[in-house]
Design a protein around this ligand. Structure first.
Ligand code: GCU
Length: 468
């Protein structure tokens, strides 16, 4: 990609510096408690994490693996929780799911468990979002005329004016499209950080006759423990969460849902609201999967290096653990109730991953029959062991029966998650549910060409927009 050694060096340096920044903080320079002054309705000594532990009756939490420890896990002991794995195809009452028409009922059971225990519920009355186009620019990219719109989604804060939420998003479509186009939206680390370059994913999108866009998760909900602020805080009028309330992953997915509302309600957007795809890396890979699982309007999820809380099974003692996600630096992604599963001592005793009513193969299955690509890099190039690519492959194998039940193609392996072999690096496996490990690091970039080729088999593009 970078032919000149100097640009290659600068690019590497940027990636390394960004990586260092990431590993030092959980919220990009803000630390787990976030930067900036606390608003006056939050006492200076308020500790949201401790507040939730007390509320749940938890006295002691088990720590997760830290630092390099996350990378030294052993495959030999990784599946010690396997006997408690919930069966995707069995209703809670023990009946088997036998036909496609029974799936919606089983799906609802799984959704309920994920909402209550893992990611939290979106409250019934979240204030409304009013979108405003703040800038429209015409341009040209790789010879294709484009229109870019910058949007702000102002959330109605009349019920609690001390919190202001303004969602930042932006999208670009080919100007001369003969009809509404498919679009790929990325949850962006630094808003707008992922643009440009002749081989960039954004150019690939345009060449394919697609649009592309980005949405800023932090503008929806901060990536830190300040859960009495952001959209979660605004909805609660500044009060702490209840144990079933949504965490940041669902809040980010909710924000994307509002952007889809905008496409649905704005024909002149140029975007086909039935062809919205979402991608993200790492924590935003988790968010992309959560979004695709819950919002059935999403056409495809391209879930990159998502690891724990994303596509890997929680019942895998390998790499990052449930206990990490339930710790101070990351619990804000999840529902309060999720903390119970890392409790070593509490009024309800001890719980582990084996007590979870669901696991991540069921989250992947919620995406069916829609498209889902689970993406990883390789440890040698910097997609670390803690992401547990194998644990995500297992989850994808286990999600297969639902894709097949609904007449779609799963990974197509024999179906034994413990023994099925991962495909060779740089080889796409599967149909509507697919899996691919590229030969790069902790990024989705090398998998974009495959994504567009794969998604293009199922999602059509208005003819005239494709690059000749
Ligand atoms: C941390 C976290 C991971 C997450 C990653 C990221 O390392 O433990 O779960 O995926 O940050 O988002 O980069």
């Amino acid at each position: 990609m970078f032919e000149n050694p100097f640009t290659r060096y600068v690019a590497r340096l940027t990636v390394v510096l960004f990586g260092v920044l990431l590993s030092c903080t959980s919220s990009f320079g803000q630390g787990p408690r976030g930067g900036g002054k606390l608003p006056d309705f939050i006492p200076a000594d308020y500790d949201d994490y401790q507040h939730m532990l007390t509320r749940l009756g938890i006295k002691k939490m088990r720590p997760g693996r830290s630092g390099g420890g996350r990378d030294t896990s052993s495959e030999a002991t990784a599946n010690r929780f396997k006997d408690s794995l919930p069966d995707l195809m069995t209703f809670k009452n023990g009946d088997k799911v036998k036909s496609a028409d029974q799936w919606s009922k089983r799906r609802a059971e799984i959704v309920e468990d994920f909402e209550r225990e893992v990611y939290g519920r979106i409250p019934k009355k979240v204030p409304r979002v009013k979108w405003e186009v703040t800038k429209t620019t015409e341009g040209k990219s790789g010879g294709i005329a484009t229109i870019t719109r910058t949007l702000v989604g102002n959330v109605d804060n009349s019920a609690f004016p001390k919190i202001k939420v303004a969602i930042q998003a932006s999208y670009t479509v080919p100007k001369d499209a003969s009809g509404p186009v498919p679009i790929i939206i990325q949850f962006d680390f630094g808003f707008g950080s992922s643009r440009g370059g002749p081989n960039s994913w954004t150019q690939q999108a345009l060449n394919k006759g697609w649009g592309y866009g980005t949405i800023s998760p932090n503008s929806i909900q901060g990536d830190n423990s300040r859960l009495r602020e952001g959209i979660i805080g605004l909805t609660n009028k500044g009060q702490p969460r209840s144990p079933e309330d949504w965490g940041a992953l669902r809040a980010w997915a909710w924000g994307l849902g509002r952007l889809i509302d905008y496409f649905e309600g704005t024909r002149e957007s140029g975007v086909d609201p039935k062809k919205v795809c979402i991608t993200g890396v790492s924590r935003y890979g988790k968010a992309a999967l959560v979004a695709t699982a819950f919002d059935t309007r999403i056409a495809a999820g391209f879930v990159a290096s998502s690891g724990a809380g994303g596509a890997k099974l929680f019942r895998r003692d390998f790499g990052e653990l449930l206990e990490n996600l339930a710790g101070r630096g990351e619990y804000h992604w999840m529902a309060g109730n999720f903390l119970k599963y890392a409790a070593e001592d509490s009024t309800f005793g001890k719980k582990t991953a084996a007590d979870l009513p669901v696991d991540q193969h069921e989250l992947i299955a919620l995406c069916a029959p829609r498209l889902c690509l689970i993406s990883y890099g390789i440890p040698e190039k910097g997609d670390p062991n803690w992401v547990d690519a194998h644990g995500s492959f297992m989850a994808a194998v286990l999600a297969g029966p639902v894709y097949r039940l609904l007449g779609k193609k799963d990974l197509g392996t024999p179906g034994n998650y413990l023994t099925d072999k991962m495909p060779a690096v740089d080889t796409l496996l599967g149909g509507e549910l697919a899996w691919r490990q590229h030969s790069g690091g902790h990024t989705n970039t090398p998998n974009f060409p495959t994504f567009f080729e794969w998604a293009g088999k199922y999602i059509s593009t208005p003819e005239a927009t494709k690059k000749k």
